[in-house]
Design a protein around this ligand. Sequence first.
Ligand SMILES: NC(=O)c1ccc[n+]([C@@H]2O[C@H](COP(=O)([O-])OP(=O)(O)OC[C@H]3O[C@@H](n4cnc5c(N)ncnc54)[C@H](O)[C@@H]3O)[C@@H](O)[C@H]2O)c1
Length: 428
Amino acid sequence: MSDTTPDVAVIGLGRIGLPLALSFADRGLSVIGVDNDTARLGAIAEGRMPFMETGADELIARVHASGRLTTTSSVADAAAADAIVLTLGTPSLSHIEIDMSDIRSVLDDLLPLLREGQTIVLRSTIAPGTTEFVAGYLERKRGLRSGVDVFVAHAPERIAAGKFLEEIDTLPCIIGGVGEEAGARTARLFGVFDAEIVQTTPVQAELAKIWANIMRYTTFALPNLLMMDCEQYGANVFDVIDLVNKDYPRGGLAQPGFTAGTCLRKDFAFSEERSNAPGMLLAVSRVNESVPNFLVTGLKRRIAGGSLRDRKVAVLGLAFKKDTDDERDSLAHKLVRLLERELADVAVHDPHVASPTQPLEEALRDADVVIVAANHSEFSSSQTTQAIAALATDGALVVDPWNCLGSGQVFAFADELAALAGTEPTRS
Ligand SMILES: NC(=O)c1ccc[n+]([C@@H]2O[C@H](COP(=O)([O-])OP(=O)(O)OC[C@H]3O[C@@H](n4cnc5c(N)ncnc54)[C@H](O)[C@@H]3O)[C@@H](O)[C@H]2O)c1
C-alpha cells in the first residue's frame, strides 16, 4: 500500500468490483482494491485479468503501469480511503432471502476504523431497505449518523457482464443517498464517468435495480413456458413466436433458452422475500429452472429405447450466457447433473470457461445426443453444424432451445442438419 490517502476503496474485486476499480483508476483516482481471494489478487498484481471482460486486458495493463491501483487482502486498509464502495456478492439464501453475510462481515471489519466525513456506497444488488439498514447499523454500532457524520448511498451496478467499459459511461447512474449530501458526494465520485446521474431515494434505487432484472427474468420465462406448451400440443415454438411477433405492434415475445446466471437467478428473491403476492416470481423462477429437465425428458421420449444409460451426450456450452466465461449459476451445469443421473456418458465443450472441457470434435465424436446449452457465437457457425453432422452418430438427436444451429426445432435429428441454413440466434 502507498502512504497517500486513496480517493476510493473498492471492496470485492469480482466481475463488478475489478472493472470498477480499474475504471476509477483510469479516470485518475487513486484506488485501493480489497479482496480476500489471494489468487485473484495475484493475477491483478501481475496486470492480468482473472476473467473475461471486453477491453479489460488493455485497461488493466494501462492501470498497472500508472500505479494508481493498489491491492490488499485487508478490509481494514480500505478505511483509509475517503469513499468506500462495496461490490461484494449478495446471493440469495435458499430461504428466499438476501444473504448479506459478506456485507455484514466487511461492515464489522470497517466499524472500528470509520471516520467522520467518509462516504460508503453500496454498489452490490441489494434487497429493498438494505441501504437504510446499513446506515442504521453504523449509527447503532458506532454512533455515526448518516448525512451528518458519514454518508451512505446505494448506486446499483446495472451493467451487463462483457459490456462494463461501454456501459459505465452510458447507462444512467442511479444514486439513492441516505440524505441529500450522501447523494451529492456519491454523484461526485461517479461523476468521473460520462453517464448521466439520476438521484432518487435509497429504496427506489434498490427497487429499480432488482426490477430491471426481474423484468428480464420474466421476459425469458414466457417463451420457455411456451416451449413447454408447444411440446404438449405438438406445435413448433419458433413458428408460434414468429406468428406472435410478425408485424404485430404489441408483439416482442423473446426466444427460449437457458435463463439463469448469478444475477437473474437470485435477484427476484429480493422482492419475493417480502412479497405481497408470494409465489408469482417463484413460479417464474421454476419455469426457467425446469428447462434442463424439460429437455432431458423430451430427448428421452425421442431416442430409441427411451433411456440415456450409456448413451453419449455432448453438451455444447457451460457458461450461463452467450460469449462469457462466467459459469456461475449456469443451467448448463444443472443439465449435466441431470444427464449424469440418467447414467449418460456426458462430454462437454465450451470454448470460454475456466472449467476443463473437451475440444469440440472430441465431445461430438460418436455422440448419440448433442445439446446446445449456451448460445455462444461459435455454435451458430456452419462449422459447428458440419462437425455435428460429420461426427455424431447417424440419427443422433440434436437439442437446441436457442435455435443456434438454425434447424427451427428444439429437437431435431442430425441428418436433418445437413439441409440447414445457418440462422443467427436472436438472443444475447
Ligand atoms: N456479475 C454481474 O454481471 C453483475 C451485474 C450487476 C450487478 N451485480 C451485483 O454486483 C455484486 C457483485 O457481483 P460480482 O458478480 O462482481 O460478484 P463476485 O463474486 O464476482 O465478486 C465478489 C468479490 O468479493 C470478494 N469478497 C467476498 N467477501 C469478501 C471479504 N470479506 N473481503 C474482501 N473481499 C471479499 C470475493 O472474493 C469476490 O472476488 C452482486 O451484488 C451482484 O448481484 C453483478
